[in-house]
Every structure is written in structure tokens, then in C-alpha cells.
Design a binder for this molecule. Structure first.
Ligand code: URA
Length: 270
């Protein structure tokens, strides 16, 4: 077979398609014998690796970064002070990877829906607001069509643009999670909409594929904050831009969200 020149854009689009569809691991075509002992790296190599990770977390270990995030997030009593705390936070490794600024949230903090996406992209990094690129515009149109646009407060699992638009790592999401949970506790939304596989994985701590869990209602109750709300996952608008035929199921999810809020409105308050 004659090797074809690599079409980078097509390869990236294909990888993004698989990722949005919930495929998050790939395997070699040959099996690997994991029963063979591989010596651990020499102590100096380990020390260097630990030093690199610590430097990326603003001089903290990953665990210290999460503890610091928890401390400063808990001290924020309003969404404005929480946004300031995010902007000042040094513990997320993405900060030092070329992001121009922190991208925290936009929308109505007194609304009834907290929407959580994956991570800021190029346009969001430039503008300092989430979901303002092409995918965000599609999302806005869908929310408006469902009559929900003024009800939504939008944020992401991480607040800095990952390099090369890659998905955020679990460590990067863990460092930002306390701010997300605090936003949830301050807002006390009636429903949470997770947009895309990365948001579902981080918030619901699930390995289930996106196509399996989308449209299902679950309960999100973070360990801290004493607040819970029904949560649903839907397809990411960037995926819908590449696969317009999937808009039908995403629209069904939007309608389910709108119906859920209608129902919640007539339920007696506890
Ligand atoms: N995609 C996301 O998940 N979030 C944004 O803010 C923009 C694009």
C-alpha cells in the first residue's frame, strides 16, 4: 500500500469525532504482555517528574492545589468573588500552558440551569467568556429555541484553554472542580446540563460512553456544599457542527430539560 500524506485537519476532525462519541482510549493492534516486569524509573527520574508536576501546579503538589482551590472557593460568598478567586488561582497546570486569561462563566447566575462544558477554546480564551465561538453560538440558538436562554449560567470543567484544544486531563479538572462545585452551591440551580463527554466524565465520575448516558436524568450531589440537583448529559455543540444529523437527539434533550423545569415549577416547595 502506498503511504498517503497525513491530512492533519482530517485526522484531528476524526479524532474529535471519536472523542465526542465517547471513545477515550485506543489500543495497539498487537497485544502487550503486561506480566513482564518493567523496572520502575530511577529515583532521579521520579524526582524530576514530581518537580515538573509541582511546577505546573504553581509550586504545589496536585493534592495541595486541590486543597487550596477548596479553601479559596469556600471563602467566596458571591459569584463575583468566586470569579475573582478563579482568576487569581495558580494551581491549575493549564494556566502555564499558553492560556491568555481565565475563562470562568457567562449568563444568569440567578437562573435555573447550570450548564457545564468541557474547556474554553481559542475564541473563549481571547474573549474571556465561555461558549462564544461557533459551537457556543449554536448552543445559544438551541437554548433560545427551547425558551431557556435567559435561564442559563454557563461554565466549564476547567477555566483555562488546554493547548492544541486537547481535552483537559483529570488532574486539571480536579484542580478546578472545587470552583465548579462552589458555583453550583452558590447558584442552587434547579437542573444541571452537562455538555459533552469530558463534562460528564468529570462531574458524574463515570466511564460510560456519551451515547449511553445522554438524555438520562441523574442526581448530582457534590461531597461539599450540601446542594443537589437533577443532572442530564447532552451532546456537545462542536460535535453537532460536525454531525448535524445528531441535532435531533440533542434537541430531544433540550426539550426534556425544558419539561423538567416546567414540572419542577409546579412541585410543592419543601
Ligand atoms: N467548548 C466548551 O466545552 N466550552 C467552551 O466554553 C467553548 C467550547
Amino acid at each position: 500500500m502506498t503511504p498517503q500524506p497525513l491530512d492533519t485537519a482530517a485526522t484531528e476532525a476524526l479524532l474529535a469525532f471519536w472523542r465526542d462519541a465517547g471513545v477515550d482510549a485506543c489500543y495497539l493492534s498487537e497485544p502487550v504482555d503486561r506480566t513482564i516486569f518493567v523496572a520502575p524509573p530511577a529515583p532521579q527520574v521520579m524526582q524530576k517528574a514530581v518537580a515538573t508536576v509541582t511546577a505546573l501546579h504553581g509550586g504545589m503538589s496536585g493534592a495541595d492545589a486541590v486543597a487550596e482551590a477548596r479553601r479559596v472557593a469556600a471563602a467566596a460568598m458571591t459569584m463575583e468573588t468566586l470569579a475573582e478567586a478563579v482568576a487569581a488561582f495558580q494551581g491549575c497546570p493549564l494556566r502555564a500552558m499558553g492560556a491568555k486569561q481565565a475563562v470562568f462563566a457567562r449568563g444568569n447566575p440567578k437562573g435555573s440551569i447550570l450548564l457545564i462544558g468541557e474547556a474554553p477554546g481559542e475564541t473563549e480564551d481571547l474573549r474571556g467568556e465561555p461558549f462564544v465561538g461557533q459551537a457556543g453560538q449554536l448552543l445559544d440558538r438551541m437554548l433560545a429555541a427551547a425558551g431557556l436562554n435567559d435561564q442559563v449560567f454557563m461554565t466549564n470543567t476547567v477555566f483555562w484553554k488546554p493547548p492544541g484544544n486537547r481535552p483537559p486531563s483529570p488532574q486539571e479538572q480536579a484542580a478546578c472542580a472545587p470552583f465548579l462545585e462552589r458555583a453550583f452551591a452558590l447558584m442552587q440551580p434547579r437542573a444541571v446540563l452537562l455538555v459533552g463527554a469530558a463534562a460528564a466524565k468529570s462531574v458524574l465520575n463515570t466511564e460510560d460512553g456519551l451515547m449511553k448516558i445522554r438524555g438520562q436524568w441523574r442526581e448530582w450531589r457534590p461531597d461539599e456544599g450540601g446542594v443537589s440537583a437533577p443532572v442530564m448529559t447532552t451532546l456537545h455543540p462542536a460535535f453537532l457542527l460536525r454531525q448535524p444529523q445528531a441535532k435531533r437527539v440533542a434537541w430531544a434533550d433540550m426539550l426534556s430539560l425544558a419539561a423538567r423545569l416546567d414540572t419542577a415549577q409546579v412541585e410543592p416547595q419543601a
